[in-house]
Design a protein around this ligand. Structure first.
Ligand code: MN
Length: 278
């Protein structure tokens, strides 16, 4: 059964961190439909003033943050002692688990183009050990064929294993580039939430090339086992995310996402009294 479009989401321009201009594509308002995905922030700017103030030291608990850059440079450091830079084609997959403090500081670049996805952690694993994966561009397999170039960041695509498989929610994350007018078909697991974010160009997903959806839109699909895409005349590039919904209660306070209000209050109490990092 082909996946039909359930919803097209545009999001809104917001400022976060110390004043980073971004588009919050999905967030609190979309959390039920997009489960297990909590948030998607998109960055696309030619003006460093939009982002150089960065995201100074801040905590996370109960989630994974997945930062992927097509272009740009984000310097980072965290309370585990990790330090480095996310560059073109690199992905940082951070499991906050029971708690991490980190900073994310975009550096001046010709263009900063990328996303940060928040992936929820299952209730049983909210307080897992924090972990950080620095995925370099060369570790991300590229699969070519049928007018498509597909970077497999996580999960498996046409038998090719991505750079990571995910230890908790086994999310599929693909960066798909289609040549102009290319038709692309993809077998999807049923019972999963599938959405994509169009970064550039335009694409249709109804199998009949009826309506093209322009860039900077997220498209959420109904359940099914087949996805059809066709690029418009300038081609299309989209980031595709797919994962099984957790269907668990969500208590969300800023950078911390737990299951109950009590767990949330405990986290903020620990932040105040300096016991957050265990
Ligand atoms: Mn962060």
């Amino acid at each position: 059964m082909p996946r039909t479009i359930r919803e097209i989401v545009t999001g809104s321009t917001q400022y976060d961190g110390a004043g980073v201009k971004l588009v919050r594509v999905i967030g609190h308002a979309n959390v039920k439909e997009f489960d297990p995905f909590l948030m998607l922030d998109a960055f696309d700017s030619n003006d460093p003033a939009d982002y150089v103030k960065g995201f100074p030291w801040h905590p996370h608990r109960g989630i994974e943050t997945v930062t992927y850059l097509i272009h740009g440079n984000i310097e980072h450091g965290d309370s585990l002692g990790n330090k480095g830079a996310i560059l073109d084609g690199c992905c940082q997959w951070m499991t906050a688990g029971k708690g991490i403090l980190h900073q994310e500081m975009p550096q001046s670049a010709q263009r900063m183009l990328g996303v940060q996805l928040w992936l929820n952690l299952p209730k049983a694993e909210k307080m897992t050990e924090p972990q950080y994966r620095d995925i370099r561009a060369e570790a991300v397999p590229l699969v070519r064929g049928d007018g498509a170039e597909v970077h497999v960041i996580s999960g498996t695509y046409r038998g090719v294993s991505g750079a990571v498989q995910g230890d908790y929610v086994k999310a599929l994350f693909l960066d798909v580039t289609l040549l102009p007018h290319a038709k692309w078909e993809f077998a999807t697991e049923t019972g999963t939430t599938l959405f994509l974010y169009i970064v550039e160009g335009e694409a249709s997903f109804d199998g009949t090339s009826g309506v093209f959806i322009p860039a900077r839109r997220a498209v959420l699909f109904n359940d099914g086992d087949q996805l059809f895409a066709q690029a418009g005349e300038s081609g299309a590039r989209f980031l595709l995310f797919c994962g099984k919904p957790l269907k668990e209660p969500i208590a969300w306070g800023g950078p911390i996402v737990m299951n109950t209000q009590e767990e949330l209050e405990q986290a903020f109490r620990e932040l105040r009294n300096g016991t957050f990092i265990r």
